[in-house]
Write a protein that binds this ligand. Sequence first.
Ligand code: PLP
Length: 465
Amino acid sequence: MNYLSTRSGLSADFASVVASGLAPDGGLYLPERFPALDSATRTRLGRSDYAEAVAVVGSAFGGDVLDSRAWRALGEASAAAFRHGAVAPLSEIDAGHFLLELFHGPTLSFKDYGLQPLARLLSMLGRADRRPLFILGATSGDTGSAAIEAFRGREDARIAILHPHGRVSDIQRRQMTTVTDPNVLNLAIEGSFDDCQRIAKAVLLARVAKGEETVLSVNSINWGRLLFQTAYHVHTACRLAALGRPLALSVPSGNFGNALSAIIAAMIGAPIAHLIIASNANDALTRFFREGRIETGRVRETLSPAMDIQIPSNLERFLHLLQGRDPDRTAAAMTGLRETGAMVRPESGTAPPLSIEAASIADDGILDTISRLYRETDRILDPHSAVAVAAMRGAQALPGDALRISVATAHPAKFGEAVARALGFAPPIPAALSALVQMEERYEVLPADEERVETRIAAFLKALP
Ligand SMILES: *Cc1c(COP(=O)(O)O)cnc(C)c1O
């Protein structure tokens, strides 16, 4: 399938889209078409495993590069990296209200669900020019460890991750720095997350200009991540469809990748009737969906740090779909946002095939939800998942017979401090995390200086065969 940029007529094929980030015109890629899954396929998926969902969704969007057997093999290999046989299991927390558990991957956050299969896909596709793949990113938490875990030990890939020195949690740092494969470089930057992002961007441009590797940034704008996230949403909806009740989904949102994947799932025919975009106190998305306007402002620090985001990067894709895929209008809206700090939702648009509402849950609502659910069910939620559950419980416009699914995006042990504030005790640490404390850490501390980081990364790349 052909892919188009949101900002001009620029097009690219599937293989180059998944091995890149931004389109050269600054836009994001979307598939030219959204092929509808027929009802026989949806019924079959309702009874099949996760790998079959990868086969169906992968073939729909990238059937020209891998056949459906290869997609299925990719799904099976990815599933084996998860700790739960169902990969993304459902559990009921009260009558007709389920958690979709997206924390059974190697680093215990939902980022594994995009990055584990993406790394395998990139290895399968190979690169015609035989250049190695270089993954570069800045992280404030979950993305760095999920990316390192996905690409560690892969002969065709090198990965360097920048994190702000002393400003990520102990567990989050150890998840990255205890990986000592030679193709992994961890840099602790003496500065903020913003410094890390700025430096990563500069080094990325410098490496692209050198042309020695295929350079990939691992943020939420990569189409491959969205594709695999669409697969679990399709699978979940098809599994529950047999119950014959309308489905409502609540997604804890930051860069809007997970929620957009649910919208894409509905666009290709997954029976999702209602979507709740759940944000923390950073309420840009809530205001966009409620008031039709988004404004740049200061990021607030909350108990759910993976969602502390000002302008969600995937909003551009959604806007583009709303505006009937007119690249000129998208480009104008994004330029306007950069220049004036505000953007208005288009009046006349192409309606998405499901109803959408949005809610913002502040820290006290997060703490309250964690302690309430623990009292009711003995279950411990992480603060991000609590945002989804709180938004679902407060949803206004659901049909009475709706089946409710709240998406759980992290294991509570990753955010033990917030849980302890809600419950008075820290959640039990799974073996995979407690083992990290005894493991050797490897990372280098560097000043927030583009040149120093670039030099170190050049030496790292040169030293590998
Ligand atoms: C990244 C992340 C989110 C936000 O997901 P988006 O796709 O950026 O909206 C929510 N919860 C957790 C735990 C995350 O790591």
